[in-house]
Design a protein around this ligand. Sequence first.
Ligand code: AHR
Length: 504
Amino acid sequence: MIKKAKMILNKDYKISDIDPRIYGSFIEHLGRAVYGGIYEPTHPKADEHGFRTDVIELVKELNVPIIRYPGGNFVSGYNWEDGVGPKENRPRRTELAWGTIETNEMGTNEFADWAKKVNTDVMMAVNLGTRGADAARNLVEYCNHNSGTYWSDLRRKHGYAEPHNIKTWCLGNEMDGPWQICHKTAEEYGRLAAETAKVMKWVDPSIEVVACGSSNSAMPTFAEWEATVLDHTYEYVDYISLHQYYGNAENNTANFIAKTEDFDRFIKSVIATCDYVKAKKRSKKTINLSIDEWNVWFHSNEADKKIEKWSIAPHQLEDVYNFEDSLLVGGMLITMLQHSDRVKMACLAQLVNVIAPIMTTNGGGTWRQTIFYPFMHVSNYGRGCVINPIISSPTYDSKDFTDVPVLQSAAVFNEEKEQLTIFALNKAINDNLEFECDIRSFEGYKVLEHIVLTHNDVKAVNTESNPFNVKPNSNGNAKIVDGIIHANLDKISWNVIRLSKKIN
Ligand code: AHR
């Protein structure tokens, strides 16, 4: 059966300019994200620093403007001083968050080097688990102060004359979670985060800081956590974080790809909580959102239970993503775009090997997982401002959700480049969708390309031996007649309709 959906876009109805940092990602000292992922000095394709150049190329394809580092749960037990200075002096430590051994071969300076190679900024997290304000302010001084002080001169001694100038800092990680090393109550964390942010900004007033929000929307302390933390930190912080992972352990595709509805509710609730504290404080300042961990995560849960304790860089959290996972990732990106007025940063968690779009084998090759593609599309073509769409779509009900629109879509207008891009998901499992979109206000725009990502098996995956089993094609049939786009959106498909005034 063919379903029909309509959309209207008007170039003057803008939601917001997009902060490119919503296309951020995350590298944690966990599993093979660092060792065997971005760094593998013995690999034939390693550069003079030991960075895998094949991985660098794939990261560049994703066009990631900011990468969170070094954790994650890892950061709550991390002594950053262990990871700087001569490598031969760096200690091996038991890593309590993931039960492994950390060799500290990579640390702050090496990560800053790698970030330059992939044209990205660093979002640095400080340890508010085992440590606190002192270690955090010293790290800011080490990274950002020019010279003439103990920590900045130590950085120079370590071979880095220029400061790293890291502008974005996370005040700890998931401090609401009992799994966190030195988990805290909202009161304890709120006070610590406020004082830490205060002194970090005294060292470098140009930095922006992110307070930890809830680890997910199902946390029993959500949204009281946000309200209490912001009560303490409001004047010192710039963003509050949200983390959200989804799974499909119940194997219910329709319900799984509808989880964007939950994500949307979560974002709205955090915005409401921020604005409640704003009202309470009679503040003129607005706190924005940093969704600094988001993805699908559940495939590797069982395998991870079998990992030998105290191993080095084991195969941990190596989810193998299938086609339906890529649809949820696309849907989560669209959801974030619709909230681009308040969501200013986001990090796909993570980037390489660990719940990642990019996979490697040690000493071997690389490949792109299914989720690579929607992220690559939105990161590359979703720059500009988001247009507020009027959508009329058929809906469906699933196990946890009712009235889920079959069409989920967002449109990004890049005025400077005269480009309009429509990202559209057809969530109907069995039905193609006849899509009509009124773009009469975009005079002279023509279809450049209609990219489609689809597969007849929702469980299809990419592997090293079959790396392009799931990949996009440009065979979509979008065309414009009298200012109206007409396209057939394949059942259960991700679509990118690219339009421009200039055809080149
Ligand atoms: O990204 C994997 C883990 O998920 C992070 O370390 C933690 O912050 C979250 O629970």
